[in-house]
Design a protein around this ligand. Structure first.
Ligand code: SF4
Length: 377
């Protein structure tokens, strides 16, 4: 099933967001990649802003997968979350914002591949698998590096630019979900992205492990979301248990009572407990998210509540957008010349009741056009 939120949000036929206004160049890539950059006289800041907005206008729900600590399996959670959403029939992209550890290229089997650039921007790689209605689109810094072991030694200004490119320069097209694999911590990259995405449908999912030290760091990320007013859907606990390969019994390497208690205290739910599993790790290394590769496995099923939570949250947003659109359609319809013409033909004594019926239908009071005296028969 695919939920398209674009039509209800935007009832009128709309121009292609990349078909820019006359004073704009119409190119879907950033000025930095443009062969005409040195001679171009257009306002480049304006172009970059338009580019970013045109991408975001086509993206429904953005899910930031955050962790305040490295090594807790945030990238594995991101890729399997994206796979779980795609498996339910949604159009999904994965934006790999983890500049110092861009692993999404590996987790989707694109190691060594490089980016393509055309007039529409940078081409994300498309991951396909049996049963998916749409490919999962992957954008990563790894596609732009000389080699996979090149270290990134960038000052903050470069990182800031990259965050713009990740959202604005990749040609994402229409997406129901964009999953962003965030760098660990609450540093510059997170703040930059949170600023860039302000006003759009963004929610966070927090990855952690049950160790005390990871928990303490995670609570900082919780606080970041709360202070920013960013909805936090809950926590995905990684390495939450182990299944014995001999007897099949389950045991916990790290006690998790303190984690549940601490999350409860800050009003955050634990959505999913992902077991520590060699199968999960080897699936990621092989470029096959386990959610798609072994959907009936305990590891794959463990991701389902997190996927459900993202869909439930997005549906609220989609429904609100649809209601806004219907209201806008109603506003437009009840102010249109055709409606007014039709109302003029209604006997004066019945006109108010017809207006009321329209108001009930569209959820507001239809207004006669300015200057028209509605009392005239
Ligand atoms: S430099 Fe930027 S604004 Fe100018 S043509 Fe190239 S992409 Fe367009």
């Amino acid at each position: 099933m695919s939920v398209s939120h674009f039509s209800p949000r935007d009832p009128k036929p709309k121009r292609d967001p990349l078909a820019l206004a006359p004073e704009e160049c119409g190119r879907g890539h950033a000025c930095q990649f443009c062969p005409e950059e040195s001679s171009c006289r257009l306002e480049k800041g304006h172009h970059e802003k338009q580019l970013l907005e045109s991408r975001l206008a086509q993206i429904g729900q953005i899910i930031m997968v955050m962790a305040n600590k490295g090594g807790v399996g945030k990238s594995t959670i991101s890729s399997n979350l994206a796979a779980g959403l795609a498996e339910r029939g949604y159009r999904v992209g994965v934006a790999d914002a983890d500049i110092h550890g861009p692993n999404q290229s590996r987790f989707f089997g694109f190691v060594g591949e490089r980016v393509r650039l055309d007039e529409r921007g940078l081409g994300p790689r498309a991951f396909t698998a049996t049963g998916l209605d749409y490919p999962i689109l992957v954008g990563s810094l790894a596609f732009m590096m000389e080699s996979d072991d090149t270290p990134i030694v960038w000052r903050d200004a470069y990182k800031h630019d990259f965050m713009h490119h990740l959202i604005g320069s990749f040609d994402w097209g229409p997406l129901d979900f964009l999953v962003i694999d965030m760098p660990p911590g609450t540093g510059n990259e997170l703040i930059t992205l949170a600023d860039l995405l302000e006003g759009h449908d963004v929610a966070a999912l927090l990855a952690t492990t049950p160790q005390e030290v990871a928990l303490m760091d995670s609570l900082k990320a919780v606080r970041f979301c709360q202070e920013r007013g960013m909805p936090l859907l809950g926590v995905v606990e990684n390495m939450a248990g182990v299944t014995c390969p001999h007897c099949g019994g389950e045991f916990h390497l790290f006690p998790r009572d303190h984690l549940a208690a601490a999350l409860n205290e800050v009003g955050v739910s634990s959505l999913a407990q992902i077991p520590l599993s060699p199968t999960l790790a080897s699936g990621s290394d092989a470029g096959r998210p386990i959610v798609l590769d072994a959907p009936q496995s305990a590891e794959a099923r463990a991701f389902a509540p997190a996927v459900d939570a993202c869909i439930a949250h997005a549906r609220v947003g989609f429904a609100a957008a649809a209601a806004d659109s219907l209201r806008a359609m109603g506003q437009e319809a009840t102010q249109s010349a055709e409606i007014e013409e039709a109302l003029a033909a209604v006997p004066a004594e019945q006109r108010e009741s017809v207006r009321s019926e329209l108001a009930a239908l569209f959820g507001h009071q239809p207004q006669p056009p300015a200057g028209q005296d509605d009392s005239s028969g």
